[in-house]
Design a protein around this ligand. Structure first.
Ligand code: NI
Length: 179
């Protein structure tokens, strides 16, 4: 396994709709493994395939990391079946280094997808896991968390990102867990 390069905003792959995965074969298993290594190496709690430059519907989430035992969830072609409630929490994203903003999302979700053994999985989640699943599934639609905040704030962030990229991506580390 190797660690992949994380794609950062404004790369076009982050803004595209990702393709359905038709066969859960060795290539997909390898991609999921590489994504997990990449996420753990970056101290993230979630990662979507477009973030490693692959426009396919695969996400991984581990909200336990780094505090407890690893509890990795891998979902292929995930879909949100139900949403309920509302929660506002600060989000960060491995593809938007140094950017942290409050985002409103559903507090509870029911998500359906397939695991690497081609078994259908249903996950009922709340709190951070619910936020992480919504954030990662958004990535598959080409939606970033800055698309869910005000236009004014988004404009400020876009200028800051351009400046960061010009200056070589030296970013401040925050406490928010990266998705
Ligand atoms: Ni993200």
């Amino acid at each position: 396994m190797s660690i992949a390069k994380i794609v950062v905003y404004p790369s076009s792959v982050l803004q595209a709709t990702a393709n359905e995965i038709e066969n859960i074969d060795a290539r997909v298993v390898r991609l999921a493994g590489e994504m997990a290594e990449t996420m753990y190496a970056a101290s993230g709690v979630g990662l979507a395939a477009p973030q490693v430059g692959v426009s396919e519907r695969l996400i991984i989430v581990d909200v336990r990391h780094p505090k407890g035992e690893k509890e990795l969830i891998t979902l292929i072609n995930p879909e949100i079946v139900e949403l309920d409630g509302r929660i506002v929490s600060e989000e960060g994203c491995l593809s938007l280094p140094g950017i942290y903003e409050d985002v409103a999302r559903a507090e509870q979700v029911l998500v359906r997808g397939y695991d690497l053994n081609e078994r259908q999985r249903e996950i009922e989640a709340e709190g951070l896991l619910a936020v992480a699943l919504q954030h990662e599934i958004d990535h598959l639609e080409g939606v970033l968390f800055i698309d869910r905040i005000s236009r004014l704030k988004r404009g400020i962030i876009q200028r800051r990102m351009r400046k960061l990229i010009r200056e070589g991506l030296e970013v401040e580390e925050g406490d928010t867990r990266l998705l």
